[in-house]
Design a protein around this ligand. Sequence first.
Ligand SMILES: [Zn+2]
Length: 94
Amino acid sequence: MGQPAQRKGDLNNLGAEIAGVTDNKVKVNGELLSTDGSSVQDHLLVNNVNIHVNTRTANGSSTVKSGGVPVNRTTDADSCGHTRVGGSSNVNIG
Ligand SMILES: [Zn+2]
């Protein structure tokens, strides 16, 4: 049921980490659990310039929230459209 929880340091399908989780203090596996609006590393290098900048996590769970903000899961699309991969091996979010 559900998909793996996304935490600070987890990647999207271009290898961009969740760099900063600002609105949530809950930890999963020792890392901050990500909620919509977490910052994502710049990525998608074209001619040596990252063209996906100021990306945020988005499209989190409609039913599982932390501090009123949707919790992010593997397969959620970031604001740029790339999708979250990996995630927790033992904590799933509906
Ligand atoms: Zn992207």
